[in-house]
Write a protein that binds this ligand. Structure first.
Ligand SMILES: C[S@@+](CC[C@H](N)C(=O)[O-])C[C@H]1O[C@@H](n2cnc3c(N)ncnc32)[C@H](O)[C@@H]1O
Length: 269
């Protein structure tokens, strides 16, 4: 995006998503993969990842997998869901690494971009029939797989069009029977406040929602929504998940504006 476009973009009242998802694979994602790939392993070699049930941690090869992915895998290892779905799975590296690490768990993924799914099939041919075309900002589809745990990594943080990230967030919750795991930039939306508001406003089909913070042993942090009572620290505010992180006032402002557009469900008195 040119500087002029960026300035204009920032001053708009209603923001678009951060990227054009139809051109995203060639215009941005390949570069992102290269950037992360400079210091991190993207696709772990056979037997390089291991989950230690006694400590709840994942050990990785050298160079290591990114700490965000490791935190997701540590939480999956601790929660032991029977099935896992990645919302916005992109090129499928997390799905590939996750299904190699936990062969007993059924993994699937969804993405709105055909280009991203084509890349997934190229990078992980064994996952070709485990990924679906899925736009999280569409009304909920009963064709989407219902699973024990849905996670996203760097997806909701980029969705800013009207109220569509609420739709995506609620869809992720409603697609899961037990847990939702968010690995996102926590400045980009008020995720804790939004999860609570979606639940209180009747936008989820969950009977109960606990919101926890999970800290991976390699440094990344996660927001975990769960129907179960678990032994992790509870989150009641976004300040708690942002604690100690460097925040950008511009991002916080945009996130607040996104939140302020919402009208949550009311019940008749
Ligand atoms: C920054 S990439 C992250 C991809 C992957 N999770 C990863 O960590 O490599 C964001 C992904 O979200 C997908 N995405 C964006 N909006 C979406 C939507 N409404 N429904 C499903 N996927 C979406 C994009 O196509 C892209 O693959």
């Amino acid at each position: 995006m040119s500087l002029l476009d960026r300035l204009f973009y920032k001053s708009r009242k209603f923001y678009d998503d951060d990227f054009d998802w139809d051109t995203y694979t060639a215009s941005s994602y390949a570069r992102q993969l290269d950037k992360i790939g400079k210091d991190h392993q993207m696709i772990a070699g056979q037997g390089e990842l291991a989950f230690d049930a006694a400590t709840g941690t994942v050990t990785t090869g050298n160079p290591p997998l990114h700490e965000n992915a490791l935190a997701i895998f540590e939480l999956i290892g601790q929660l032991q869901p029977a099935s896992v779905h990645e919302a916005g799975c992109g090129g499928g590296d997390h799905l590939g690494n996750g299904s190699a690490l936990f062969p007993e768990i059924v993994f699937s993924g969804g993405d709105r971009s055909e280009g991203q799914l084509a890349l997934l099939k190229q990078r992980h041919p064994q996952l070709a029939d485990r990924a679906i075309l899925q736009d999280l900002t569409m009304p909920f589809s009963n064709n989407w797989p219902k699973v024990d745990l849905v996670y996203s990594q760097a997806v909701l943080m980029h969705i800013h069009t009207a109220v569509s990230h609420f739709v995506a967030f609620a869809n992720m919750i409603n697609q899961s029977n037990k847990h939702v795991v968010l690995m996102e930039n926590y400045q980009c939306h008020n995720f804790v406040e939004e999860a609570q508001a979606l639940f209180d406003g009747g936008h989820t089909n969950w009977p109960k929602m606990n919101i926890y913070r999970f800290d991976g042993s390699h440094g990344a942090r996660i927001i975990l929504l769960s129907q179960e009572d678990l032994d992790y620290p509870k989150l009641t505010s976004d300040a708690q998940i942002r604690d100690g992180l460097k925040v950008s006032d511009r991002r916080l402002k945009r996130g607040q504006e996104d939140f302020d557009r919402a009208i949550f469900g009311n019940a008749l008195k």
